[in-house]
Design a protein around this ligand. Structure first.
Ligand code: SAM
Ligand code: SF4
Length: 313
């Protein structure tokens, strides 16, 4: 179904839990204030919502969170989602910690590709960002993903001033060496007393200038850059400064059962616990109420009251 601005909305991102086994400083700096367990959306609600959403033209689903793999029964849930007839693709965004040794299980459940969040190639920097000491090898997980042909492997890296912004070249070489697609995600603001956005925000222009990167192409929300004399590309997703709202094709379902027409707006419509007819009406309303664009670039604050773990990044 098209929205008021002629965008075909065919993609649903589902936050299956707000819980996470990490505490990334830009995502969950305020600790572990969680949604009451009884309010977390159940498997049957998710399947009902996907069934109804598919009637409006939703064809692709991304499973995210919080950390989606901490939800118990996640592989069974994915299997059920994949069996909804109209759903053509199910993908997953994960920090990867619980995925090692389970890639086959994930693939067999019906996930075709994974976005892996890795913010630094240096152990001490990773530990500083995620707020704990990780005993974890991303390389082994990447190898396992390749072994099961879960490719392309996309790596999400949030660039943070003074923390990991000097690792751009390292990531470029890493993506070449391990056959991954690295995409630098621009830091997005949200309300938090413990995280000062302006202390960590770094613009794409500064990064490009420092690293002599040259634009090679744009595809949907990603701008791809290369180094001189190289064909390897590295992506930038700049939701704040180069907004891609005109190509936005997505809705979000929060882990407590609200549809969010836009990540950066506080508008949300309760969709859980309703009849099939009402669920369909709410989804249609959400598509109709999808705003033309966000205003983050104007104010650098976020009117969304939820942090990313509660919305689903
Ligand atoms: N736990 C999973 C993970 O980390 O991949 C999935 C959920 S996480 C909220 C999804 C993505 O959102 C991650 O790549 C994370 O880096 C990104 N993210 C979280 N907070 C963000 C922020 N304030 N600005 C930009 N990206 C953010
Ligand atoms: Fe957890 Fe992902 Fe948020 Fe990090 S970015 S705290 S891994 S939900």
């Amino acid at each position: 179904m098209k929205d008021l601005y002629n965008r075909e909305i065919d993609y649903l991102r589902i936050s299956v839990t707000d819980r996470c086994n990490l505490r990334c400083l830009y995502c969950m700096p305020d600790g572990i204030e969680t949604i009451e367990k009884s309010k977390i959306i159940r498997d049957e609600d998710i399947i009902q919502i996907i069934n109804e959403a598919s009637k409006t033209g939703i064809k692709k689903v991304r499973i995210t969170g919080g950390e989606p793999l901490v939800r118990s029964g996640i592989y069974e849930l994915i299997r059920k989602i994949r069996s909804v007839k109209a759903i053509e693709e199910v993908v997953l965004t994960t920090n990867g910690i619980l995925l090692k040794g389970h890639v086959k299980e994930l693939k067999d459940s019906g996930v075709s590709r994974v976005n892996l969040s890795i913010d630094s190639l240096r152990e001490s920097t990773v530990n500083g960002i995620v707020g704990s000491t990780l005993d974890f090898s991303y390389l082994e997980l990447i190898k396992e993903l390749h072994e099961h042909n879960m490719t392309p492997i996309k790596i999400n890296t949030v660039l943070l001033k003074g923390v990991n912004d000097h690792e751009v070249l390292d990531f470029y070489n890493f993506s070449d060496q391990y056959d991954c697609e690295v995409r630098f995600i621009e830091l997005m603001p949200f309300e938090s007393d413990r995280f000062n956005y302006n202390d960590y925000y770094i613009s794409k222009e500064v990064i490009l200038k420092r690293n002599s990167l040259v634009l090679s192409r744009k595809l949907n929300n990603v701008e791809y850059y290369t180094m001189p004399n190289s064909t390897k590309e590295i992506g930038f997703i700049n939701a704040v400064s180069s907004k891609f709202c005109e190509d936005c094709n997505r809705l979000r379902l929060t882990s407590d059962g609200y549809i969010k027409p836009c990540l950066h707006s506080n508008k949300e419509l309760l969709v859980k616990g309703k009849t099939d007819e009402d669920v369909l009406e709410v989804i249609k309303k959400a598509i109709k109420e999808k705003p033309k664009q966000h205003k983050l670039d104007k104010s650098y604050t976020n009117s969304s009251k939820r942090s990313m773990n509660k919305i689903g990044g």
